[in-house]
Design a protein around this ligand. Sequence first.
Ligand code: NAD
Ligand code: TYD
Length: 351
Amino acid sequence: MKTYLITGCAGFIGSNFVYYMLNKYQDIQLVNLDKLTYAGNLENLKGVEGDPRHVFVQGDICDRELVSSLFEKYDFDYVINFAAESHVDRSISNPEIFVESNVLGTVNLLQCAKNAWYKDGAWAKDKKYLQVSTDEVYGSLGEDGYFTETTPLCPHSPYSSSKTSADMFVMAFHDTYGMPVNITRCSNNYGPYQFPEKLIPLMINNCKAHKSLPVYGDGMQVRDWLYVEDHCKAIDMVANGGRDGEVYNVGGHNERPNIFIVKTVIEQLHDKFDDTIDESLIKHVADRLGHDRRYGIDPTKIKDELGWYPETPFEVGIVKTIDWYLANEEWMDHVTSGNYQKYYEEMYKNK
Ligand code: NAD
Ligand code: TYD
């Protein structure tokens, strides 16, 4: 049986990863360490309540004592670090917490893993630390070209700078101490349980409430969208087959301008929810500061080495996603009550 320390898995991608792994492997132990910030939500894990293969621990990846105690209690084969502050707009208004969780938290996990796995001058066998990173570390593309694993790191936002710094510490632990590591760098995810500060669930939520749809600038910025389950599959493949010390880019050649995404959401909700929803809700607002223009992943390495490919075309994934949000109104009501309203007013008041 393999034992995993997974962090940040009460959030969007992490909770999907929990379902993916428990469906795929019978004989597995997942210890899920999550601080339960605004983005973490135990409702995301309702479907695994009572499953002895999943243990939830509320806590901070920066907490040395707590993380060390988990390494004493469990003989982890893997650490997979999803935990992070993940929203670019929040990083622009409050960068410090991004340094704490994303950089210092990662270094703390690396130190604890090293303390547990490196004894008497040798690494324990078959261990791995996997850092879940992002394509945003590469910066912004022009009209053409793609990010490969050798594209120079050139982050622009405080969020992507903190993720880049974390990636560099992961590689430093590999290069300095010989720690077994991988890094995955994925493009924009979408799917169930995504917090409605991100583009797709925010637009769904606003459409339903007949609120204006804030499109930053001209809306022609391009993101490379990947259905979250395809990302989970990639992480599992890299954890179990990735070559030591390697980076793997993850993306499915699904580039779309933001305005196309917003119009797709409108069309779907017009047909499925309320036929008065239309494009008149779109409101072009002030652009995000330092807004990256285009992201696009070249996934050749993970395809050739590990046989990964995306299974869900965008047209299928977006319908599944919208259907999920329509079927889970209570979830949306809970996550948008209280602090979310304050966040929304603050973030969008001058736009
Ligand atoms: P999310 O914001 O939905 O969830 C983050 C989770 O981490 C939450 O459950 C939160 O409670 C937890 N967390 C935050 N700080 C913590 C800390 N100090 N200690 C313990 N737990 C903490 O994020 P997500 O979209 O699920 O992203 C997960 C990871 O994937 C992040 O590392 C992110 O950088 C990366 N990533 C995200 C995307 C995307 O499109 N969402 C794309 C590529 C990579
Ligand atoms: P987001 O979901 O925040 O992801 P990221 O910034 O990590 O790519 O944003 C996706 C794109 O959508 C990005 O180009 C910014 C844009 N956007 C808007 O136009 N309006 C919004 O209200 C939000 C949240 C994002």
